[in-house]
Design a protein around this ligand. Sequence first.
Ligand code: ADP
Ligand code: MG
Length: 276
Amino acid sequence: MTALAGLRSFTRRDQVFKFLISADELEIDTTKGEMLYIEDLSVSFDGFKAIDSLNLYLREGELRCIIGPNGAGKTTLMDIITGKTRPDSGSVYMGQNIDLLEFSESEIAQLGIGRKFQKPTVFEQHTVFENLELAMACNKRVWHTLTARLSAEDIDRIDEILQQAGLIEMKQLPASLLSHGQKQWLEIAMLVMQKPRLLLVDEPVSGMTHQEMEKTSELLNHLAGEHTVVVVEHDIDFVRSIASQVTVLHQGRVLAEGSMEQVQSDPAVIEVYLGE
Ligand code: ADP
Ligand code: MG
């Protein structure tokens, strides 16, 4: 039996017994090709249907962009997947076997669903390398990280992820010296250290330069395959550059789905975006 996933396991007795296996060992049944199944999902806030009988399927390893006007339900959907908000009805499964609605927010994180919020939250006073070291610590036994040094394998893994994220040259710099875009990549890299199966990224390119956007698009495309990646984004040019499948949400429902070209020529989508 290897390490429990997540520090919280050590502070909450009930979870120690609940999680006898780590996210690494967790068997997610994706034999039908789907990583996430969302069916007939609804949630209301004070009678207002923020999510309304929504169906969404994500294939393992795909990169999916979710777009839609303000108030469409994008953030609420992410909140439900990550256990922050409980739906009124419907189902959310990871693979065919894991009913996410049975788990708490911290448990869902331990099951391998990582979420990156809009604002980067890195450890400013630590170096870029140390930030990844700390992120890795979240996946190991507390006593291991307090007492043991990194193995050669650990160091290689950190370097590889820093390379992917375009941060290898800044490895020994304090994170406080990074640009806004670089901090976003660092935070994505920190999430990747925890080996998530599903990675949810909320508005990664807001405040980025054009060049940084291109690099973000490359990074997210690179992460797809090994991870299933969902990007919620307002920036249509960015979504186009990612060239992934796009889901358009509107009033808590899926309005259209397909390539960017397909959804952009959909009259219903045009109406919603022009009417904004
Ligand atoms: P988006 O992220 O697509 O802009 P949201 O998911 O944030 O949309 O919001 C969908 C709708 O649900 C909005 O009308 C919002 O005001 C409402 N809403 C979201 N969360 C809550 C909440 N906790 N309480 C009340 N209303 C909420
Ligand atoms: Mg939102």
